[in-house]
Design a protein around this ligand. Structure first.
Ligand SMILES: [Zn+2]
Length: 376
């Protein structure tokens, strides 16, 4: 992660670079920015720049021994603290450092949901627990290897429980020499006031639409038009934009699956219903939620086509062709229930219910709903 890998955020990058060139590095800094703005990535690029032994005026060198270790996040003076799902085996961040390195290197704009997906702990509570403070002290007591500074990045600092936060506060009150704390948060107001007051604020804004658009063109080969539309929808979050891209990539599959499933449910062809349910059960929870979201959009579009301003239906090609055929089955007598049932199913998936049972149950309900006569 280099400054050049950060999307937009030119001002804040410049300010961070100046703290190094002017030797005004404050020992505790709070990177505060909304999800998908790149606050964590920025903290990492900054840490690399601070540690780089041959840094240029604007960027780390990429080749010195420190930079080489940063490429794998194995620099001995770089430490991480992040939320985990506490269990018998996982007490502190270090217990899942391998997963962490992998997750961040693949996606420096990682969200907490994505991180917990990686840990297969989607429904567990995300905590930076009490034992973490002992671990922080242990890491700080290690001798520095090569860097001038020890750098401790605390991601999602708002997830510190009260004991951990109080202990961190004590450390920040008597800061060890040559130690740099980079706290990263999405909700500054959930942090202890006393911690906030001991840190220098680094405000990271939503990514500007133009910057996000350009990044989508370069990194995802989108056309300028598509990228502009998506950047607008993603509202300054690269994480949200990535989800939209993934959804688009899966749209053809979702449409085909939805079509098959509706046909099977309409007449309740048991064999075909079971085939659809099995297929849906096998695609994983994230995509199941995405599929239900996609289904919801088709239902809403059908209702708009029937009762609203048809020009608001932005579908084209196969999707439009399908919705035109599907729309007569969704109307005033069942539209609301359609939306409720799809939402409920998505919630049950979210809460770790059995996908097979949820989709089978929904198939029976779809059979009822699809056969409700259209009110006159
Ligand atoms: Zn370097």
């Amino acid at each position: 992660m280099f400054f050049r890998d950060i999307i937009g955020q030119t001002d804040v990058k410049q300010r961070l670079i100046h703290t190094v060139s002017g030797s005004r590095i404050s020992h505790a800094q709070l990177f505060f920015g909304p999800q998908g703005s790149g606050a964590l990535a920025l903290a990492l690029a900054y840490a690399r720049y601070v540690h780089c032994t041959r840094r240029g005026a604007e960027e780390a060198c990429g080749e010195c021994p420190s930079c080489v270790k940063y490429d794998k996040l194995v620099h001995p003076d770089l430490h991480f603290v992040y939320p985990v799902a506490l269990s018998k085996d996982v007490r502190v961040s270090t217990n899942v450092i391998t997963e962490w390195r992998q997750a961040f290197l693949e996606n420096p704009y990682l969200t907490l949901d994505e991180w917990f997906g990686r840990l297969e702990a989607e429904n567990k509570q995300a905590v930076i627990g009490t034992e973490e403070s002992g671990e922080i002290l242990r890491k700080l007591s290690l001798t520095t290897f090569e860097g001038e500074y020890k750098i401790m990045i605390i991601w999602m600092a708002e997830k510190m429980n009260l004991q951990a936060a109080n202990k961190l506060l004590k450390i920040l009150e008597e800061p060890p020499d040559k130690t740099l704390f980079l706290l990263v948060t999405e909700s500054e107001d959930q942090l202890l006031r006393t911690i906030v007051s001991r840190t220098q604020l680094v405000k990271v804004r939503r990514i500007a639409d133009n910057d996000l658009r350009d990044a989508l063109v370069q990194r995802h080969q989108l056309s300028a038009d598509d990228a502009a539309k998506m950047a607008y929808q993603a509202d300054g979050s690269y994480a949200a934009a990535r989800l939209l891209i993934e959804r688009d990539e899966n749209a053809a599959f979702y449409l085909a699956t939805f079509q098959k499933w509706m046909r099977a449910s309409l007449k309740f062809d048991a064999q075909k219903v079971i085939a659809s349910v099995d297929e849906l059960a096998s695609i994983g929870r994230e995509r199941q939620k995405q599929f239900l979201g996609y289904s919801l959009e088709l239902v809403r579009d059908s209702l708009v086509l029937n009762y609203g301003d048809a020009s608001l239906v932005r579908l084209t090609g196969e999707e439009l062709g399908f919705v035109q055929k599907f729309a007569p089955f969704v109307h005033k007598a069942n539209g609301e229930r359609f939306i409720d049932e799809l939402n409920t199913a998505a919630q049950h998936i979210e809460r770790n219910g059995s996908p097979k049972i949820i989709f089978m149950d929904l198939s029976f309900k779809l059979n009822e709903m699809l056969n409700v006569p259209k009110a006159v």
